[in-house]
Ligand binder design. Structure first.
Ligand code: G3H
Length: 208
């Protein structure tokens, strides 16, 4: 039995202004989530009898690091993964969807037609992100082998597109075209428990 706690970063300044990607700080609402997250995790871990010793994996971007900055002494290990960074929107990074539509209407159309395979110019597709998050899931398998369940809990704080790809891989039976539309709400902890093998996944969501 494997358990991972997942969360998106708290709301970022780019989220507030409707911009894609970037490397912005948390918004005031996002910071509030970061402040509430340690208690929320403590609460869930107590009720589930999961370890309160945290191994925290984030992306390399400011917003995931800031989301985990109030965890304090419960963090026994921390790692920032490039493979957990948000989908690289290439030339569209820090544009709003309206700007993309205006400047690159054909790209917006192509993305609409096949969002999973559409690769931003100088950037990535969901297919690309899926390939790189496999590296993290393989590392998680090794982590489980090295850490008995009550020794530590693995907490992964990443981004919407990345977590869509992760959840699709864990569930194993999601059609490609559905992956970019999986709902991964903001300001929510997702505790995912599964037994090796596709389809045997239990996901619970906890809101602040
Ligand atoms: O900035 C990227 C978003 O998290 C993913 O949004 O639905 O446009 O892929 P998307």
């Amino acid at each position: 039995r494997r358990v991972i706690y997942f969360s998106r970063h708290g709301e970022s300044m780019a989220n507030v202004t409707g911009k894609i990607g970037g490397d912005t700080h948390l918004s005031p609402q996002g910071k509030l989530y970061a402040k509430k997250l340690p208690d929320l995790l403590h609460h869930i871990m107590t009720s589930k009898r999961d370890s309160q010793s945290l191994h925290v994996w984030t992306s390399t971007l400011k917003r995931t690091q800031e989301t985990t900055e109030f965890f304090g002494a419960r963090v026994v290990a921390r790692k920032a993964w490039k493979e957990l960074d948000e989908i690289d929107a290439g030339i569209c990074d820090m544009m709003t969807y309206e700007e993309v539509e205006q400047k690159f209407p054909e790209d917006a159309h192509l993305r609409d037609q096949d969002k999973f395979n559409f690769r931003y110019r100088s950037g990535e597709s969901y297919a690309d992100v899926t390939a790189r998050v496999k590296i993290v899931l393989n590392a998680a398998e090794e982590w489980f082998a090295a850490h008995p369940r009550h020794g530590a809990s693995l907490v992964i704080v990443s981004h919407q597109a990345v977590l869509r790809c992760v959840f699709a891989l864990l569930m194993g039976d999601v059609a490609q075209e559905e992956v970019p539309y999986i709902k991964v709400p903001l300001h929510t902890v997702m505790r995912v428990e599964w037994i090796k093998g596709p389809g045997i996944v239990k996901e619970e969501k906890f809101h602040v």
